[in-house]
Unconditional design. Sequence first.
Length: 237
Amino acid sequence: MKRRPPDYPKIFDLSKLRNRLRVFHDRASAGKVLAGMLEEFRGSDVMVMGIPAGGMAVAVEIARELHLPLDIAVVSKITLPWNTESGYGAVAFDGTVILNEELLSHLNLTDQEIQTGIMKTEQKVSRRVTTFRGDRPSPDFKRPIILVDDGLASGFTLRVAIKALRRNGAMKLILAIPTAHSESVQAILEEVEAIYCPNLRSGLSFAVADAYERWSDLDEQEVIRILQEFRDPNERE
């Protein structure tokens, strides 16, 4: 069942940044660029939701610039037993699971190994939800949502986040990502109402980090700090 009016979905990018590398100083500057593209939502009833860890550093700048509420959509990829940097699926905050069936068909993983990977990832996601949200109630998923990550490569973590948000009542989802491969954007386009991506790139190779001058992984403590400072600006240095 389609959830969107016939004029959706749409892609909004910046022509001056297409197929360029190192266009953002860091995630915060990328968030400010996206905030400029999302100006129409300033002070509206839209909620910004960031995907940890890196997406939160982008999302907080959008929320601050546009005076919007900020929340978190916890998802995690299911990693390979021999390579924790690569995954064959993802798990979302509500238990939603998506597997990369095409990739799995080329891996020699047993059903037990797959189920163990899913279980471990579910435990990780559950722990992170408790760590990041504490006893705060779940947000109103039925309000319009701007879903934010720091980039779109394969798209599995974003896809599972979108599916989970839809399952929890989201009717209008706007995806905001600083950088993405054009093929991945096309693959996910029908799942959201609109995509805002200033740095669209094509080509045989793609790395999210290549869009940034400064790039490093964010840990859980940094995500906690971002959330705490947004809720209490007086804590900011």
